[in-house]
Design a protein around this ligand. Structure first.
Ligand SMILES: Cc1cc2nc3c(=O)[nH]c(=O)nc-3n(C[C@H](O)[C@H](O)[C@H](O)COP(=O)(O)OP(=O)(O)OC[C@H]3O[C@@H](n4cnc5c(N)ncnc54)[C@H](O)[C@@H]3O)c2cc1C
Length: 478
């Protein structure tokens, strides 16, 4: 049964668990927790709970478990698939981790760090840098997203091709289960081959199995040198060929390989009108090499690019002459994402295919939009080194919001079909949330669904953890 209001008794029990400052129930106090970064989703909650310690998280979860109250865990609220925001009238509480935000320990000798789940990713990266270490998870939202949210979504970002996704970087988790029990899975060990690796269940579970309260991650030596170049190419095929060559010729020193369709530059200009592509070409690539050793990275990249230009693979190349110039290159990549949010509603995808299938994906998707949705503007960009393309589509400016959303659903369905036809995934790194739940569940085999249902029932038998996100209602399980 959906609860529409919390009784004074329940509110007072919650206040008892978390203190008066740890709970918001008035619309003004809850507003910032109920809308997403892109302005796509506006949700609802009976209350926003803001525990300040792991013990408070446990007390709240015990209470919610007793009351049968569903809980939406929330980190920095930068997820783009409505995982941390319930739909209107759902009768759930939001549990924000923002007050649980301390770095617990940096062990520079063991190259590990432990932090509260609510610690902002940028804070962690800065703290590591101050100790001459690198935490390589890097994404546009790093100033707001939290390490617990990164774990819960198995975040990717621009350095995945070198260091892997959150799943590869996390050594241990601390989790409060649906009934309030605490599981601490910290060990500081890189090798621990004793039985099920339970942390992996919670990584990427999008808040549906428990509340992550602490995260232990691997660190790396801080790069002493980074070289960045912005390149122009004639086609996406050329970009894939270049990536394959770069992997061989630049060894494993590539830390980012981003692809940008020229049409995206206009979007970056919405954020900074002075933005100009360093090279005017239909396909643009941002490549970064980094190393902690004293090797001649500049010479390596310059030599590689010289050959690529000479062979005609690259039409134009600018090697950043300073850190400030490299920052300006990256600002184009970050600005084009922000510019889309500024433009308003648009179709957003996070597709993954084999690297060799990137050109086919973009070609088919562009043809589909041109034929079936003339007037809509396709944008293609992404972490090409991981086969991850954000193929987004902007509606014509004159189309009314509700009509654009209705048509947008058809555009998404068509794009998902194209990705599926290439054996790809509809979620490379953003997760499933509420917005991709139906397509995700429909694509699973009966055996896969049964295993997922068994895990969910075992860890959250009352179905209280983030109902509506990732999975259909537990009553409909096979
Ligand atoms: C500009 C921009 C760029 C981005 N770039 C990338 C990118 O390159 N790669 C990428 O992977 N993502 C990217 N994202 C998406 C997003 O930043 C990531 O998914 C991020 O990991 C979400 O973290 P968060 O703290 O904001 O989580 P939230 O958005 O608050 O939550 C996301 C999900 O995790 C759950 N959750 C959050 N915290 C916890 C917790 N402590 N315990 C249990 N469950 C929890 C929520 O319930 C929800 O289901 C980008 C987003 C923006 C706005």
């Amino acid at each position: 049964m959906t609860v529409h209001r919390l009784s004074p008794e329940i509110l007072s029990a919650m206040e008892g668990a978390v203190g008066r400052n740890g709970i918001a129930v008035e619309p003004a106090g809850m507003a910032k927790y109920l809308g997403d970064w892109a302005g796509d989703y506006q949700g609802d909650a009976l209350a926003v709970l803001r525990p300040g310690s792991v013990a408070e998280v446990q007390a709240l979860m015990r209470l919610c478990n007793e009351l049968g109250l569903g809980v939406v865990p929330q980190g920095g609220n930068t997820g783009l698939v409505s995982g941390a925001i319930d739909s209107k009238g759902g009768g759930l509480v939001v549990l924000s981790l923002e007050r649980l935000n301390a770095i617990r320990q940096i062990d520079a000798d063991n190259f590990t760090l432990r932090a509260d789940a609510g610690c902002v990713l940028q804070t962690i990266k800065d703290a590591c840098e101050a100790r001459d270490c690198l935490f390589p998870l890097a994404l546009g939202a790093q100033g707001s997203c939290q390490i617990g949210g990164n774990a819960a979504t198995n975040a990717g970002g621009v350095n995945v091709l070198r260091y892997g996704m959150a799943r590869d970087l996390i050594l241990g988790l601390e989790v409060v289960l649906a009934d309030g029990e605490l599981w601490s899975g910290f060990s500081g060990l890189r090798k621990n081959n004793s039985g099920y690796d339970l942390k992996q269940l919670f990584i990427g579970s999008e808040g549906t199995l428990g509340i992550i309260t602490g995260v232990e991650v691997k660190l790396f030596p801080k790069p002493a040198k980074t070289e960045t170049a912005y390149l122009g190419l004639a086609s996406f095929e050329a970009a894939v060929t270049l990536f394959n060559r770069a992997r061989r010729d630049c060894s494993d020193l590539i830390s980012a390989f981003e692809i940008i369709g020229a049409e995206c530059i206009e979007l970056a200009r919405l954020v900074d009108p002075t933005t100009r592509a360093p090279v005017p070409a239909p396909v643009q690539v941002l490549i970064e090499l980094s190393s902690s050793a004293a090797i001649d990275l500049n010479g390596l990249l310059a030599g590689f690019l010289g050959d690529a230009v000479e062979s005609g693979l690259v039409t134009d190349a600018v090697l950043a002459a300073s850190t400030a110039q490299a920052r300006r290159f990256w600002a184009i990549r970050e600005g084009l994402v922000e510019g889309q949010a500024k433009r308003g509603y648009h179709v957003r995808t996070d597709l993954s295919v084999k690297i060799s299938d990137i050109p086919a994906l973009i070609k088919q998707a562009r043809r589909f939009v041109a034929n079936d949705h003339p007037g809509w503007l396709p944008l293609a960009y992404g972490h090409a080194g991981d086969g991850n393309i954000h193929f987004n589509v902007l509606p014509p400016a004159e189309l009314a919001g509700h009509e654009a959303r209705a048509r947008g659903a058809e555009v998404v369905a068509g794009l998902y079909e194209i990705a599926a036809g290439l054996g790809g995934s509809i979620s490379a790194e953003h997760g499933i949330g509420r917005s991709r739940r139906k397509e995700f569940w429909a694509g699973l085999s009966p055996t896969h669904r049964r295993m997922v249902a068994a895990l969910k029932n075992a860890l959250d038998p009352k179905g209280l953890m983030n109902p509506g996100c990732l999975l259909p209602p537990t009553e409909t399980f096979p």
